[in-house]
Each structure stands twice: as structure tokens, then as C-alpha cells.
Design a protein. Sequence first.
Length: 369
Amino acid sequence: MCAPCLFGLEKLVANELKFMGAENVTAENGRVLFKGGYDILIRANIRSRFAERIVVLLGEFTARSFEELFNGVEKLPFENFILENEAFPVSGATLDSKLYSVPDCQKIIKKAVCKRLSRIRKTDWLNESGGVHQIKFLIRKDKASIMLDTTGTGLYKRGYRAESNSAPIKETLAAAMVDLSKVRKDHYVVDPMCGSGTILIEAALAAMKIFPGAERSFAAENWACIPKELWEKERESARAMRITDCNFKATGFDIDAESLRIAKSNAKKAGVDDRITFIQQDVKDFIPSEERGTLITNPPYGERMLSINEAEELYYTMGKRFKKKQGWSYAIITPDDDFEKCFGRIADKRRKLYNGMLKCQFYMYFKTE
């Protein structure tokens, strides 16, 4: 199997898959390969906080011509997953390859799968009225990857963010920032520019061990090859791990009243509204009042909402308000290479992450001396 992910999150995805019991876990650029049975396939979908989706990687081969593409696809064991009467639409993309027409590649792959299944089933007619197996392909630098999507709607779609402000952070990236900040069940977490509340909601979900996919559906639930009882067994196992007797709490501040309204609504949909307090306040008025706290934030910057100059003035203000204090740590993500200069302090640790295709740095401050 394969778990595609945002660049920079490969190690986090690999670690969580190992913890789930996956085998032969190998991190590559933008994806993590792993092996396991249907229980691992289901578990990865239900529990992963950082992966974009889970796919069955049927095979990879060189495809510089339609003939090579057809022959490569025809050799793959689709019959192990696509049972009689099940549908298998094809979608995908090509990049820097001799085969550049996506519609033509779709047709070739569809024909190859039809030929293989028809030969094995000894029939000229394939009824596709049953469960859907979405075949995905990626041809990059003439290397074709043929996959079956088990997830459907991306794993970053947790279901709680029906509304968002003009520049929301992806749920998977927010979850990664929470993990890198080492948030635990008894932490107090703050976001002084919380927007639609994604970071704080992901912090609450992680602290309470509420797995993001426990209450949603997945494409592979309609596959006849996977026993229905396995899905319920994994869901029950995930629910049993929830922590309710923890002291986690969080506060979200924002200057915009509408963003706070959306954040409150999202927190309620996620089932963590009793853990998060939202207050209208400008970041220039922020004071780390609690004895201990973990501040995690995604401030607006030139690529999103503010001009570059306005963003850098904001970083200067943040540097003044986010004071070194025993028991407090600060974590800020931004694409601005001059952040530390504007903030006024060199980060104790930094890590390269990607917000979509935008390269960012995750600056972490935790030393008090």
C-alpha cells in the first residue's frame, strides 16, 4: 500500500503506520510505502492524521508508449480486488512524461483491465453495477504507478470544517504541527490568530485520541473483497482508545468576529467545543497568562492575506508578545525566509514543511535561557 502525503510529513506518516502495525514501512518523497492485510488498510484510513489518502499500489513500471502502458497494466492482479459486477473507473495524471494525454492514458488502462478481467472470467461482458474501485494512475518521468484508491474523499476532510475563512490551513498539516509541538493530553494550547480553528481542533483531537476517520465512510467499504465486520471491528478499536479524563484545554484568539463564529461551529462539529474557548482579541494584546502553555499558529502572510510589509510588521509584534517564559513553547509556520529577523530571535529548532505546494519553515521556540 501507499500513503501519499504533503512534503515534509513523510517521517510522521511512517511513524504512525509503524505504530499501527504496518510492515515494511518505507518513506519516500511525498509518500510512504507499507504492507499489511485488510485490517491495516482499514486502520490506516481510520487513524491516520497526516496521510492524504491510502491506496493499494498494484504496480510500477516504465511506460514510454501506449503499448508499454497497456502491457504493464494487463499484468497486474486486479482480480484480487475487483470482484464480479464491480465497477472500476480510471483517473490520473501525467508529469514530465512521453505519455502526456490523460484521456488517452485512461482509455488504454481501462482497456487493459477489461482484457485481463475478461480473460480470467471467460466473458466478453463486464457488468459494472456494484461497488466502485477507483483506479488511479500517475505517470511521472515515464514511470507509471497504478493504484486502487481505498479512501474516496481525502483523509484531510475530517468532516468538521463545513465553513472556513479565506486562508485555512490543511487539517493534515495542522495535525503535523500539533505532533511536532509534542501536544499531550494535559496540555494547554493557544493559537493567537486561530482563524477557523483548525490547529486547536486538531490539537484537541490528538490529545484526546479521537481518530479523524472513526466516524466517516471510505470508498473501500463497498468492496466485496473486504469483510464488513472488519470495518466495524477497527472502528470500535479506535473508539475504545479515546481519552475523556484528560485536562487538555485550548484558547483561540482572533481579531475577526466572523472567523471566531466559524471556529466555534467547527469545534462543535468535531465534538471538542467543550475543550476550546474562543476570544476576540488582537495578537498585539496577547499575554501568555497561564503557567504553562504551547502556542501554535499559522499567521497570515504575503502569499495569503497581508502584504509582505504588513506580514513582517506582524512578526515584529509577535516577537514582542511571545516572550521567553519558563513552561511556554512557541511554534510558527511561515514561508517568509526573513521571519527570524523580524521576530527578533533565532528559532531553537526549525523544520521544512509544505503548505500545499508552498514551501514553509516551521519555527519552534522552547528554550528560556
